[in-house]
Design a binder for this molecule. Structure first.
Ligand SMILES: [Zn+2]
Length: 327
């Protein structure tokens, strides 16, 4: 590898020149001022102001009674010319609380999470995508949407099951939007439509689903808790080496924030994190990177007498479920 010509050093140099707009205040008032400013900047970077809402009704597509729970499928008009399909799994003995379960890659979107007929069982076992059932067994009603462009929202560009995030994100960023912005906008609309039905709404996600959940925590104040697994580390440690899928990229983000700053925006929300000790998506410094980012977030959490921690589980990149012990 000839680093002299290939731009590798150039990218690293410029990454190191990105200085986030980090919270350094000392009162809750300072924090909320910073959070307001950050939310406004992030809404611009994510392209939220450019997205046009659709006004159509959400439609019930199907309803099935299963052993101990009901599965409903809905189609929601979200943005103009865009519909989001999602499942709602309601246990018979539900606790009146809901969780939005967000999928990552390699599980055919929502299908792998609910173990539906067309789930990719092999990948499901690799990453241990079991949280929908685990949340239901705790009494939570679980909402499971397909995020663009996965599950039923796939474009079909490739013959194999490669993720199409990069293709869609390239088009979106060329128009001042991005995938994470679309996820956020759609999930906020979902919360708008269900918030009156439940005493609490949380979110839960693994890998790409935890990335999406992290944004929801930072930008949406109605969540009661979040369970995020396998996605929390510095951008600088990973994003030209490992997590290269297009869904990771938001124009100009690194000029303003690292992941710790995004998590800081969520304060004082209860966010529970976990990662694998050998999760190579954390980068070559391993768990040092998540711990460093956590410290950044905890500067904000300390103002609310709270301290977030991250469960380090023994193993690779997968869902462990340790975070469930907190709810
Ligand atoms: Zn992706």
């Amino acid at each position: 590898m000839d680093r002299k010509y290939n731009g590798y050093d150039f990218v690293e140099h410029n990454l190191n020149n990105c200085k986030p707009y980090r919270f350094n205040g000392s009162t809750q008032e300072d924090f909320y001022k910073w959070k307001d400013e950050m939310q406004e900047v992030m809404a611009e970077l994510l392209g939220l102001y450019r997205m046009e809402k659709s006004e159509g009704e959400t439609k019930l597509v199907s309803r099935d009674e299963k052993d101990g729970y009901t599965v409903e499928k809905y189609s929601m008009n979200t943005l103009l010319e865009l519909k989001m399909p999602y499942y709602v799994l309601t246990p018979k003995n539900n606790n009146g609380k809901a969780v939005i379960a967000l999928h990552g890659h390699g599980c055919n979107g929502k299908e792998g999470l609910v173990d539906a007929a067309n789930a990719d069982i092999e990948k499901m076992e690799k990453y241990n995508y079991t949280y929908v059932n685990e949340l239901m067994s705790r009494g939570y009603t679980v909402y499971v949407p397909d995020l663009l462009p996965a599950g039923e929202r796939i474009l079909g560009i490739y013959e194999d099951d490669r993720a199409e995030c990069t293709d869609v994100n390239n088009a979106l960023i060329s128009m001042g939007m991005c995938l994470q912005g679309v996820y956020l906008k759609e999930l906020i609309m979902l919360i708008d439509s269900i918030e009156k039905k439940y005493s609490e709404i949380g979110c839960c996600g693994f890998s790409g689903g935890a990335h999406c959940g992290l944004w929801l925590c930072a930008m949406e104040d109605r969540l009661s808790f979040a369970l995020l697994s396998g996605y929390f580390h510095s951008f600088k440690d990973t994003l030209i080496y490992s997590n290269r899928c297009g869904c990771n990229f938001i124009p100009r983000l690194w000029e303003y924030a690292d992941m710790g700053d995004i998590l800081a925006m969520a304060a004082p929300l209860d966010v529970y994190l976990e990662t694998g000790s050998k999760d190579n998506l954390n980068g070559i410094r391993g768990v040092e990177s998540p711990l460093e980012q956590l410290e950044i977030a905890n500067k904000a959490y300390a103002l609310f007498d709270k301290k977030l921690s991250i469960e380090i589980c023994d193993g690779m990149h997968q869902w462990y479920g340790k975070v469930l012990e907190n709810i």
